[in-house]
Each structure stands twice: as structure tokens, then as C-alpha cells.
Design a protein. Sequence first.
Lengths: 174, 95
Amino acid sequence: MIVDEATSHFIFIVPADHVYLTYNYINYKGNELTNKEYLEYWGKWIVWGTREELGLLAKKLDRFVEQKVIPAAKYDRAEISEFQFGECVMCVYCDARQKEEVWDILSSLGIEDKAWVFEKETVERWQPGGHLLEKWIKGRGLDEIEAEKVRQSSRKKFRTMFEDENAIFRGINQ
Amino acid sequence: MEVTIRLTSILATRFTENNKVIALKLEGKYSLVSLIDGLEGKFPGFQTALQGKDGEIADGINIYVNGENVRYLEGLNTPLKQGDVINIIPAVTAG
């Protein structure tokens, strides 16, 4: 199911069951991941292109997501100007233990650039001193006081989120 | 030995005259170090974008060999073999 809400930067492809809160796509073979497992195994294949190209790919992926052979995906509604990347990005999520099966699907749909990113890397890069957070702060032109507020907020958010490593992972607000 | 390097648009625009796919013949040791040396030989200035001041892979760059991030392999010493595909992308794509 493609969830396209104008208020969100991202357009999501998630199982309809997930939208209606009866299913958590962050699982491996039906077992929800704990915070510890999430940081160890969860990740994504990265695909980049124009919004139109990613929109076409999203339509092709939707049936695989509904069949639950691909857990979920999301892509940029527009380029993130702060990052100066020049293209939109799609993240196709899955557990690392099933990533080659998911890659085979992407490859069959014509994707050639193969780049896997663990969520742990992303979490680290959005923490104070991390490349993504600092680049975002710089791109926004924040003064040092505002920048420090953003860093403290990030620090608190991730500490709260992962403090119980055995709790079921409940997602990151986006 | 020949490998294929695939770049995102922004890196190709800045460093390789818009060549997004580059076939590179390697000589000597077949590792990521020799690949970066080869790229620098063809496209001067590229090496400084790929390696930080400490000589390691720059924090803002991810390099993949056949889809695996070399940070989880052997970093700059990751061995390469005939036919490998190397993707070089800015780390901002990992957000």
C-alpha cells in the first residue's frame, strides 16, 4: 500500500496490515525484532533517481510488500536540499538475513547499483557529531545555540529509544 | 584486471566529467587502495574526496564492493578481483 501524505517528506510503501496497526513489518520470519536485534540486523538497500523514477519503482514494489516478501520501503517526495545530493533516495527495508532475496527482486526490476546500509549506521550518523546530523544543521544555517538544541534533542531521542535492548523496537518518528 | 566503478550523479559531475560508469584496469596490488590510486591518476582530485586527512575513507563517503560496505570488509585493504563492481556514493543517501 503506497501511503502518500503531503505533510510527510517521505512516501511509504508498507503492507496494508501495517497501516491498520495489526502487523509490524519490522520482523524476521514473523518474529518482531528487539532493539538489540534491530541495530544488529535491520537495514536497507539504497536506490536513487528522480522522484518519477522512484515513483514507478514504488508501484512495482507494492505487490511484493503486500505479499510480505519485502517488508517496506520509503522514498523522498523531493530532494533534501540540505544534503546537496541532487537526487531522490529510496530505502528498501529488510533484515540483513534476507537481504539477498530482496536484492534479487530489485535486480529483476532493473536496479543495478547495489548498496546496503545497516540502520545502525544511520542511527550513528544522526547523533551529535554524526555526519548526517551535522550536515543537516549546517545546511539549515542554524546558529550554535539552535544547533546545540538539535544535538541535545537527538541525543535524548536515541537514548530513550534504545535504552531497553530487549524491548520490541517500535520505530522512529519521521 | 578490470573492475567497474559506478558513481552517483553528483560525484560524476564533480570529479569524472559526468562519467557515471568507469571501467578501470588495475596494476600491482588488487585492493581498494590501488583502485583509488587509479582513479586519482585518471581524475586528479578525486582521491581527496574519498579519503579523509587521516588516510581512511572519508566519513561522508560510502564505498561498496559488490553491494557490501567496505567498512565491514577490510576498509581500504579490501581485496578486489576481476569483474568486481564498486559503488561510490555520498553517505547522505543512507539517511
